[in-house]
Design a protein around this ligand. Structure first.
Ligand code: SAM
Length: 197
């Protein structure tokens, strides 16, 4: 899809990732906090993070075309970001390196329990104790599919349950995202702090 469409044509496009930015800024107090946008695609979150002064931002996606779109939008600023072309389920991430793990509209594509377990294992390895995980999925009353693919929809409790008790739920939020075609989509956000026992 990224090879044949402009970023603002996608249903998930946000001109500004306002809620993600607000929640990240609440927990990432230092400018050099390591922020990883998992499945960031061509999201404008990275633009907002750079404007906010963050100096240690990485965007990971399995679509090189998506990363190219984000890089060309950012122009010279793209060199201030680490771009990781990888599948989050198998990416080799440095242990205990991430201060904020952000995912909007990626986890909900994991319809197999075993893939969800691999995802959580990756987060457990990469997020440093005391770091945070912010994940946004379609809500229980959100769309049942995205880009023709089935998704799993979550209420806040069910989403938090996927991560396990070592991720303490600090806050959940509901957002109605309006697609570029004007369709409302309900999202669930969970912000958790990683406190391994
Ligand atoms: C619905 S888009 C959301 C993009 C971005 N997070 C946003 O909010 O604009 C889902 C993104 O996740 C990426 N993706 C899906 N599965 C992935 C995986 N296993 N590892 C890495 N990226 C993945 C896709 O390539 C796509 O860019």
């Amino acid at each position: 899809m990224y090879r044949t469409n402009e970023p603002h044509a996608f249903s998930w496009y946000q001109a500004e990732a306002r809620l993600s930015l607000e929640l990240i800024r609440r927990v990432a107090r230092d400018a050099d906090s390591q922020i990883l946008d998992v499945g960031g695609g061509a999201s404008t979150l990275v633009d907002g993070l750079l404007v906010a002064g963050y100096t240690n931002v990485a965007v990971l996606d399995l679509s090189p075309a998506a990363l190219d779109q984000a890089r060309s939008r950012l122009g010279a600023s793209a060199t201030r970001v680490r771009w990781i072309d990888a599948d989050i389920l198998s990416a080799e991430l440095l242990g205990q390196s991430v201060d904020v793990w952000h995912d909007r509209a990626v986890f909900h594509f994991l319809t197999d329990a075993s893939d969800r377990q691999r995802y959580v294992a990756q987060a457990r390895r990469a997020v440093r104790p005391g770091g945070h995980m912010l994940v946004a999925t379609f809500a229980e009353d959100g769309p049942a599919r995205c880009s023709g693919l089935e998704v799993v929809r979550y209420a806040p409790e069910a989403l938090h349950h996927e991560f396990g008790p070592d991720f303490r739920l600090l806050e959940s939020a509901r957002e109605i995202h309006v697609t570029p075609r004007g369709t409302p989509q309900a999202f669930t956000y969970c912000l958790c702090r990683f406190e391994p026992m």
